[in-house]
Design a protein. Sequence first.
Length: 213
Amino acid sequence: MSKKTVVLAYSGGLDTSYCVKYLTEDKGYEVHSVLVDTGGFSPEELIAVEERAYKMGVIHHENVFATQDFYQQCIRYMIYGNTLRNNTYPLSVSAERVFQAKAIAEYARKTGADAVAHGSTGAGNDQVRFDMIFNIMIPGVEVITPIRDMKLSREAEIEYLKSKGVEMDWSKNKYSINQGIWGTSVGGKETLTSDQYLPNDAFPRQCTREGSE
């Protein structure tokens, strides 16, 4: 009996690394990892992510390049409309997720996968964007969300991966970083409440100057 296949929206970070190990070793799926680049990865980073995916146990990895579609179909219209959330910052991650989910759904449909999976938690709106697109584009295909369903903390994910013999720079996995052509967002335990702020070393690029002139 052949194994069921699942297409995983993959970034190479903590959440999706957990998903690979959980789906392959605990659930017995053949995992096809798909990274959808909307402008946040260098060629060297893409190579490193692909190597990591195979090392983690995926059966096949695919890089999908969606930067041009993302710009032509979305970003330029947001620029025309000066679209900002709370009149403050660009709608970067939310817009990217729609294009990433579309590409994942198209790949799953093309390959005839039994399921799709993503590493969204229950804390934000990414889960809604992925689920909505999947249910519209590939109705009937199972949607698997391990991090959300098991209410896992980042600490629990790290301990699980350590138990599987995975070696990563765990200090970098304290925060969830999303870089794209239209902005960078950083999430972590401090962003779950309103009384704390992210330390400077949480950001992929640190401040080089403090104070004001």
